[in-house]
Design a protein. Structure first.
Length: 358
C-alpha cells in the first residue's frame, strides 16, 4: 500500500483529499504546515507528496527545495497543488524538481490519476535502487572472496619459479609465465571491481577541494609511468570545487593513466589539463591527450564496465577505469563525456560544481 502525504494549511482541504485517497486504498499521512511536512516525510518516508504551494511561514516551494536537498527524500515524487494564478510558482516548482502539479479547484479523478502515475514512478525507482544495491553487494562480495585464492595462485607460481626454475624445460617456463600473467591480470581486475563497488557506499564527505592538489597527487602516484613514457604534462590554473578529495584524485589518476597508456608506438604522451567556467557556477574540466583516439560511435561505450576497444596484447588494463571516472563524476552531480577522432587524440570533459566563495 502506497503512502501519500497530503500537505495543506486548510484542514478541510486535507480531510477531503485524505478521504478520497483512503477510499482508493492508499495510506494517508497529513501535515498542516511546511515544518511538520518535512518532519513527517523524514519519519515516514511517503511514496508521494501532495504539496500545497500557498502556506504561511514556509510555503510549498521552500518545502520542495528542502526535500530535494535531503538525500533519503530526493526520489519522492512531489505533486504541487496550486491556485490557477500561481503559474510562476508552478514553473519554479517544476524547475526545483516537482513531478507534477494540479490546479485548484481540481477534479479528484485527475488528482487520482496523477497520484497513481507518481506512485508507479516511485515503485519503479525503489525496485531499481534495490536491484542496484543487490548487484553492488554481489560484486563487492564476489570480488573480495576472489582476492585470497588469487593471491595464493600468484604466490605459489612465484615459489615454483624461484625454486625450480633451473630444472624446468623452456616450454614449462613459458606456461608458468602465461599462468602468472593471467593471474596478475585477474588480480588487477578484482581490485578495480572492489574499487568500483565501494564508490558511493559510504556518505560522501564534500568540502572545498583545490583541483590542483588532486592533480598533484595523481601525478605523484603516476610518476614512474610518466617518467618511463617521457610524458609532458601541462596543467592550466584549476578551480576550487565542491567535492571529495580522494575521489577526485582517483578521477584524475584514471584519466591521466589512460592518456599515458593509449598512445601510438614511438610517441611521447602530451597531456593538457584545462578548465573553463559556466555562468551556472559549474566548471568544465578537460584532460586532452595525443593518443590513438576513439571512434565517435564508441563515445558512450568506453564508459561501460569491461567494454574494451583494444586487445590486452596491445594495451593493458581492466576495462573498468573509465566506468569509475563516470561514477565519481555522477556522485558529484556532474556528467563526463569524450570528444575524439581515431588517430587524433581524445579530450575527456566533465563538469563539477564550483565551491562557494566568501
Amino acid at each position: 500500500m502506497a503512502k501519500i502525504l497530503v500537505v495543506d494549511d486548510i484542514p478541510d482541504n486535507v480531510k477531503l483529499l485524505a478521504y478520497d485517497l483512503e477510499d482508493d486504498g492508499y495510506e494517508v499521512l497529513t501535515a498542516y504546515n511546511g515544518k511538520s511536512a518535512l518532519q513527517m516525510a523524514r519519519e515516514r518516508l511517503p511514496d508521494v507528496i501532495l504539496l500545497d504551494i500557498m502556506m504561511p511561514e514556509m510555503d510549498g516551494i521552500a518545502v520542495l527545495k528542502e526535500l530535494k536537498t535531503d538525500k533519503p527524500l530526493q526520489a519522492i515524487p512531489v505533486i504541487l497543488v496550486s491556485a490557477k494564478g500561481d503559474e510562476e510558482d508552478v514553473i519554479e516548482g517544476l524547475d526545483a524538481g516537482a513531478h507534477d502539479y494540479v490546479s485548484k479547484p481540481f477534479s479528484y479523478p485527475i488528482v487520482s490519476a496523477r497520484v497513481r502515475s507518481a506512485a508507479r514512478l516511485k515503485a519503479a525507482h525503489d525496485l531499481i535502487h534495490k536491484k542496484n544495491a543487490e548487484l553492488d553487494e554481489f560484486t563487492h562480495i564476489a570480488s573480495h572472496d576472489l582476492k585470497t585464492p588469487l593471491r595464493k595462485i600468484v604466490s605459489f607460481i612465484e615459489l615454483l619459479e624461484n625454486d625450480f626454475d633451473q630444472d624446468l624445460p623452456e616450454k614449462a617456463k613459458q606456461y608458468f609465465q602465461y599462468i602468472s600473467n593471467s593471474a596478475r591480470q585477474m588480480n588487477s581486475l578484482v581490485q578495480h571491481l572492489l574499487e568500483f563497488s565501494r564508490l558511493g557506499k559510504s556518505a560522501l564527505r564534500m568540502e572545498a577541494v583545490p583541483l590542483q592538489q588532486c592533480v598533484d597527487r595523481a601525478l605523484s602516484a603516476l610518476s614512474q609511468c610518466i617518467g618511463d613514457a617521457k610524458a609532458e604534462i601541462v596543467c592550466d590554473e584549476l578551480p576550487i570545487v565542491n567535492g571529495n578529495m580522494t575521489m577526485l584524485t582517483q578521477l584524475f589518476q584514471n584519466l591521466i593513466g589512460n592518456a599515458l597508456k593509449f598512445i601510438p608506438p614511438e610517441t611521447s604522451p602530451l597531456i593538457h589539463i584545462t578548465a573553463e567556467f559556466e555562468r551556472s557556477r559549474h566548471g568544465i574540466l578537460s584532460v586532452t591527450d595525443n593518443g590513438i583516439g576513439i571512434d565517435p560511435k564508441f563515445a558512450e561505450t568506453v564508459f561501460s564496465p569491461f567494454r574494451r576497444l583494444h586487445s590486452r596484447k596491445n594495451y593493458e588494463g581492466s576495462g573498468i577505469g573509465l566506468s569509475i571516472c563516470r561514477k565519481v563524476v555522477e556522485l558529484h552531480g556532474g556528467n563526463i563525456w569524450v570528444e575524439s577522432q581515431p588517430g587524433k587524440g581524445a579530450r575527456f570533459k566533465f563538469n563539477l560544481a564550483l565551491a562557494e566563495t566568501k
